[in-house]
Design a protein around this ligand. Structure first.
Ligand code: ADP
Length: 592
């Protein structure tokens, strides 16, 4: 893994970590947001519940006044010690209670003493008990048509009381009260997935969807409140204890609360007030859904962020791969470039070396040529010079003795030797100077014929035979007559030299196309000789026999004509020399 890749992984890791951190930090805020939303829903729900609770409470309000109008009640109140009448009223109230599903319907005299009740037959019946301390009683006594009270002091059952004065003429003679079990109103929140609390001015829980919260206080009691309650016996004072609530504001109308009980529950709390009664209706909804929504939302966002990071990662990795590929490509290119320049330098060196070697070789070749030449020349000239010296000494001696004839003979020999040396030097001059002579179309047949005429002298002395069949057609080639003749003579002489000592030396001369082929039956040409035989002054012949210039001169002549000269060994033994010339159209013989 390279540095860039490492960077990419660190970067994406850091991004993921940051996202995680941001998520963790955001969670509480997001939950708050959803809690507030929940609270808004609850506020609306609460308004509905409040309306139905009010409607339910008001439905029964006219009832006590209606019942109070019955004449039997007034009669009994005026004649309390009439058992028959009491029995009738008791029974009447029992039936009424059954009809309106009230817990109790009871009649009190103006002192607050109960003189008849629907539950007259039951244990703990209100009959004989005094309720003068209850607000509903006092309110009714002072002329209020209906009143209410929530109480649980007597039976422990939470009751809701309506009361109305019983009048005879203009006089109030008693109070009729109806008690409903407060459970009857619970229906307003039935089915809602929230907890409800209805509390009074003092913060006492009158009603609640949670039975364990009944008669608990939502806020601490002041001593004054305590005294009032003790006086009124409105609530079972001994059962009042604080509901362990801790709150935290969510918004103006909502709070987040934790209620500790058998279990610790966390809620969003919203409330509405029922101003006529001084009540507060509270809805408590579990915070779990908000938390769940917040977590789900965060998870969704997290998933999207994760996908984005994954996409980013894959993009960056692709970049990294491309970068790597580019780098390795550049590296390969650089390597190739250095290799190429190295190789070029090597080649340059090799070339220089080759040139030097070539120069050395040329120098060496020159020197060896010079050596060969001086050896050949010194031999060619020394022998006649030695002879000249001898002849001159002899001539002097003969002249001293006046033997003029002998002296002349020796001087003649000296003259011949001088001629011979002159001929050798002419030969050398020919080689050194390559005079630019004209070339043109030649009748090959005639050149061969003239060459054979020259060699005839040597054949006549028994040097060998030449097998030649002249071509039927005339063959024209490009060249110079005398020089080409010299080439053919030289090839024939070499062939005869190669077979010297054989019993019947035979040379085969052929004209084939524009080629002249000379084949002998001598030893052939070995590789070492073949390499050098066209060089000037190269000879394998004994001193005095050859100068080593024949093939060199011939080769240059043929090349001048635009032709080629090659040597090979015949499969049946002997050397084969081939001269191939340029074909030519006959105009006239080249003048030479
Ligand atoms: P020279 O005849 O004076 O030696 P040339 O240049 O004619 O000079 O020949 C060079 C050499 O080539 C000879 O010395 C000989 O070794 C070799 N050579 C030429 N012709 C033949 C041949 N027909 N067979 C074998 N060797 C030959």
């Amino acid at each position: 893994m390279n540095v860039y890749r490492q960077k990419v992984f660190v970067l994406t890791g850091a991004l993921a970590l940051t996202a995680l951190l941001v998520g963790a930090l955001t969670l509480p805020h997001l939950q708050q947001h959803y809690l507030r939303e929940q609270a808004e829903d609850d506020t609306q729900l609460l308004h509905l519940a409040k309306q139905s609770l009010q409607a339910a409470l008001e439905r029964y309000a006219p009832l006590p006044a209606l019942i109070a109008e019955r004449p039997s009640l007034g009669q009994l109140l005026e004649n309390p010690d009439t058992p028959a009448l009491a029995a009738t009223v008791n029974e009447d109230l029992r039936q009424t209670a059954a009809m309106v599903h009230a817990s109790d319907v009871f009649l009190m005299d103006i002192t607050g003493r109960t003189i008849a009740a629907a539950t007259y037959q039951d244990d703990g019946s209100y009959v004989g008990r005094n309720f003068s301390h209850q607000t509903y009683f006092t309110n009714a006594l002072y002329g209020a048509l209906s009143s209410f009270q929530v109480s649980g002091t007597t039976t422990g059952e939470r009751g809701y009381f309506y009361a109305a004065p019983v009048e005879v003429g203009d006089r109030i003679v008693g109070v009729l009260a109806i008690k409903f079990n407060i459970e009857a109103f619970n229906s307003v929140w039935n089915g809602a997935s929230r907890e409800f609390i209805v509390s009074d001015t003092n913060g006492f829980v009158l009603m609640s969807s949670r039975p364990d919260w009944h008669f608990r206080a939502m806020r601490p009691l002041t001593d004054a409140t305590r005294r009032v309650i003790a006086q009124n016996l409105q609530y079972p004072i001994d059962r009042i204890e604080l509901l362990p609530i801790t709150t935290e504001d969510l918004s103006d109308t909502a709070q987040r609360v934790t209620i500790t009980g058998d279990t610790t529950d966390s809620f969003v709390m919203t409330f509405v007030t029922l101003p006529q009664r001084g009540w507060t209706m509270t809805a408590l909804q579990s915070t779990a859904p908000a938390l769940l929504t917040a977590v789900t939302t965060l998870l969704m966002i997290g998933l999207i962020v994760l996908l984005l990071i994954a996409a980013l990662l894959s993009y960056l990795l692709k970049q990294a791969r491309q970068k790597e590929a580019l780098i390795s490509e550049q590296r390969a290119k650089r390597l190739l470039e250095t290799t190429v320049s190295q190789r070029t330098a090597d080649l340059q060196k090799a070339l220089e070396h080759l040139k030097n070697t070539q120069t050395d070789l040329i120098q060496a070749g020159k020197l060896s040529g010079l050596g060969q030449m001086s050896a050949a020349l010194s031999h060619e000239f020394n022998q006649p010079l030695a002879a000249v010296k001898t002849y001159a000494d002899n001539a002097r001696a003969f002249l001293d003795r006046d033997r003029v004839a002998e002296a002349r003979d020796n001087i003649d020999r000296i003259s011949k030797m001088a001629d011979r040396m002159a001929s050798i030097s002419a030969h050398l001059r020919n080689f050194a100077r390559r005079p630019q002579q004209a070339t043109g179309p030649l009748l090959l047949n005639k050149v061969v014929h003239d060459a054979l005429a020259v060699i005839d002298v040597r054949l006549a002395s028994g040097a060998g035979r030449i097998d030649y069949t002249a071509p039927i057609d005339d063959v024209y080639v490009t060249g110079g007559h005398v020089r080409l003749q010299q080439v053919i003579v030289n090839m024939l002489n070499n062939a005869l030299d190669a077979m010297e000592g054989q019993t019947d030396p035979l040379v085969t001369l052929t004209v084939s196309g524009h080629s002249i082929v000379v084949r002998d039956r001598g030893p052939g040409v070995d590789a070492a000789t073949a390499d050098q035989m066209f060089d000037p002054f190269f000879t394998t012949k004994p001193p005095g026999k050859g100068l080593g210039l024949g093939l060199s001169i011939s080769y240059n002549i043929v090349t001048d004509f635009g032709g080629t000269m090659t040597a090979a060994n015949h499969p049946d033994g002997g050397a084969v020399f081939t001269v191939t010339l340029q074909p030519a159209t006959p105009l006239r013989e080249a003048a030479e």
